[in-house]
Design a protein around this ligand. Structure first.
Ligand SMILES: Nc1ncnc2c1ncn2[C@@H]1O[C@H](COP(=O)(O)OP(=O)(O)O)[C@@H](O)[C@H]1O
Ligand SMILES: [Mg+2]
Length: 516
């Protein structure tokens, strides 16, 4: 049989593709425009890509190019048939983490002039299961851990190669389930864990692989080693994160774990039952007429349970959404009935909507509304405007200003005992959760996950600072629904729980509000 001899060029190409780092650089430069800058890996990216240890940990600053390096490792394994006949796995906590990576992978396999040869035309990519199957019988499975945190998304998997990206947010329960999925008997098996520190230590996948488990080969990179990180970036970050000593700067720019941060809520301590919670999201930009809002809200079913009383918690916003919780109390437990989110709805309309919801459910016994920000007039109007006077909001609605102090009682000298409202409200929520007074719903793990993102750190002065982590590492996390719950609890405390001490303020039944 006569076979065509490989040309020298073919052999060069073969050597390039065989090499984990050269391969990625080659693929990324292959279709580039001659005027484009040549793609080269930063030295630390080469180190990551060429680390063949069984367990590799990458604990770095933001945007240093971790995910790019990991994506290229996946592609290299796939096209070189490193684990022939097996699937390899890329897993992340949430859909928001997978989307950009998935889009990038799909784009590369569809349009890169070398990679496109590995796919059967129009086949091989399944975007609903996030699975890519190549003609060479290699496949990639992307798995989202999801909010349930149970491990269901990875159970039953068997693979010689897996990457856990955004490990700072990876649910611990899923990580535990992930342990037996790695085929450690297979030659060259590997698990890579990568992410940006969050400050959390306990049951945190990234902290565990970087600091506790000694088996991992460690890569630690600060933003300052990123060749694309400019002086302007540094300046911006210093302003954005609040200086060199801020925890955000320490995590996002230095890539260090910083001061120990703790989770405030732990789902394993919560009582979670299966019952429906109705969720409505309305956007002011899609709706012109107030009657359309009413139409949507009318669709909310009535509360079926025989409740003792009903509560509403409201966190007001405009660009940042408004969160409204409709809850009921029954036999000493509190349940959610509905969570409503309003985005970009003007305050005058919001006022009417709150009133409408109040009418719809037959007047809430307890209403807590955040009155700290620009939503203040909403609260004032509900309490004082002529049109609402007949609704007696002053007997039911408590304005909540988190920056204020709350008076808990009077000491022996006759001085008021004050506490800062925010930490107080969080401790209320913690206590109500841990004592199972609050009953969370397994159909609404989205909210449980938001609660779990709330963390606290103690400053050197001993002050407790609460912060909600963002999934994507931004400066401030979304915690509007947490705030709505806190408002409800403060109102509940004021109107129901606080039986011992009642200062004689008129309107704010039971609370006096001072500024700090
Ligand atoms: N070697 C490189 N050359 C040019 N751009 C890069 C390089 N590595 C990463 N990038 C770019 O930097 C940005 C952040 O990369 P990414 O991998 O998402 O960072 P991380 O996962 O560390 O947050 C992306 O826009 C990516 O294209
Ligand atoms: Mg990344």
């Amino acid at each position: 049989m006569i076979e065509e001899k490989l040309s020298q060029e073919d052999l060069w190409l073969y050597e390039v593709i065989r090499h984990p780092a050269l391969c990625g650089e080659f693929l990324r430069n292959l279709d580039a425009h001659p005027k484009d800058e040549e793609w080269v890996y930063a030295p630390y990216q080469n180190e990551i890509i060429c680390d063949f240890d069984y367990y590799v940990s990458i604990c770095c600053a933001r945007t240093v190019g971790k995910t790019v390096a990991l994506t290229d490792i996946l592609i290299w394994i796939l096209i070189n048939r490193v684990f022939w006949g097996d699937y390899i796995v890329y897993t992340v906590p949430n859909k928001v983490h997978l989307d950009p990576v998935w889009d990038n992978l799909v784009r590369m396999f569809r349009s890169n002039s070398l990679l496109m040869n590995y796919l059967q035309r129009g086949k091989g990519i399944n975007s609903s299961d996030h699975n890519i199957k190549l003609l060479n019988n290699m496949s990639l499975d992307c798995r989202i851990a999801g909010t349930a945190g149970s491990g269901a998304s990875v159970v039953g998997m068997h693979t010689p190669f897996e990457i856990v990206d955004e490990a700072g947010f990876y649910p611990w329960g899923t990580w535990i389930e992930l342990q037996p999925t790695l085929n450690t008997w297979q030659k060259g098996f590997r698990r890579i864990v990568s992410g940006v520190p969050t400050g959390l230590r306990e049951n945190n996948v990234l902290y565990f692989s970087d600091q506790i488990d000694k088996e991992f080969s460690l890569h630690r990179v600060s933003a300052h080693r990123n060749p694309r990180y400019s002086d302007d970036d540094e300046e911006r970050n210093l302003v954005r994160y609040g200086g060199e000593d801020s925890e955000d700067y320490i995590h996002h720019v230095l890539g260090h774990h910083g001061t120990a941060t703790f989770s405030v809520f732990d789902r394993s301590l919560m009582l979670i039952k299966q019952y429906p919670v109705f969720k409505i999201k309305l956007n002011g930009l899609d709706i012109d007429d107030i009657s359309d809002y009413y139409l949507h809200l009318t669709a909310l079913p009535a509360i079926e349970a025989k409740y003792d009383y009903i509560m509403m918690g409201v966190d007001l916003g405009y660009t940042e959404p408004t969160a409204i919780h409709v809850m009921y109390a029954k036999d000493g437990h509190m349940y959610w009935h509905a969570r409503i989110q309003l985005t970009k709805v003007s305050y005058p309309i919001q006022k009417q909507l709150i009133n409408f919801i109040d009418d719809k459910f037959g007047r809430f016994d307890i209403i807590g509304v955040d009155a700290g920000g620009p939503g203040k007039p909403v609260v004032q109007d509900l309490l004082e405007a002529e049109e609402f006077l007949h609704k007696d909001y002053d007997k039911r609605l408590i304005p909540v200003e988190f920056a204020s102090n709350m008076v808990l009682g009077i000491d022996s000298e006759g001085e008021e005992i004050k506490t800062k409202l925010r930490p107080f409200s969080v401790s209320l929520a913690q206590e109500y959760s841990n004592s199972h007074k609050l009953v969370y719903s397994s159909t609404d793990m989205e909210f449980v996950t938001e609660l779990e993102r709330m963390t606290y750190t103690k400053t050197p002065k001993g002050d407790v600072v609460y912060k909600t982590l963002t999934l994507r590492g931004g400066a401030k996390g979304e915690d509007h629904h947490t705030a709505a719950l806190l408002c409800m609890l403060v109102a509940h405390y004021t109107l129901r729980d606080q039986t011992i001490y009642k200062p004689n303020t008129k309107r704010l039944a039971g609370v006096s509000w001072g500024s700090v």
